[in-house]
Design a binder for this molecule. Structure first.
Ligand SMILES: [Zn+2]
Length: 72
């Protein structure tokens, strides 16, 4: 994805129901993408694509929303 597409995806998550952002890296992602994988507060979320990313097919890490689970 391009930087602009990442920004758009992140904005969409922040404006939705999510309370946090997860960075997900696929199994074939480069070490940089794998290292930043995890759950972040909106204020702490690293920018994608990460600096030094060496994924063969371009940056593959993704933003994903983290939704609070409410009881049944
Ligand atoms: Zn990468």
């Amino acid at each position: 994805m391009t930087e602009q597409e990442y920004q758009k995806a992140l904005d969409k998550i922040k404006n939705g129901l999510a309370t946090k952002v997860r960075i997900f890296a696929p199994a074939d992602a480069c070490p940089v993408c794998t290292t930043i994988e995890g759950v972040y507060e909106f204020d702490d979320v690293p920018e994608l694509p990460p600096e030094g990313c060496s994924c063969l097919a371009g940056p593959t890490a993704m933003y994903a929303p983290v939704l609070d689970q409410f009881g049944p």
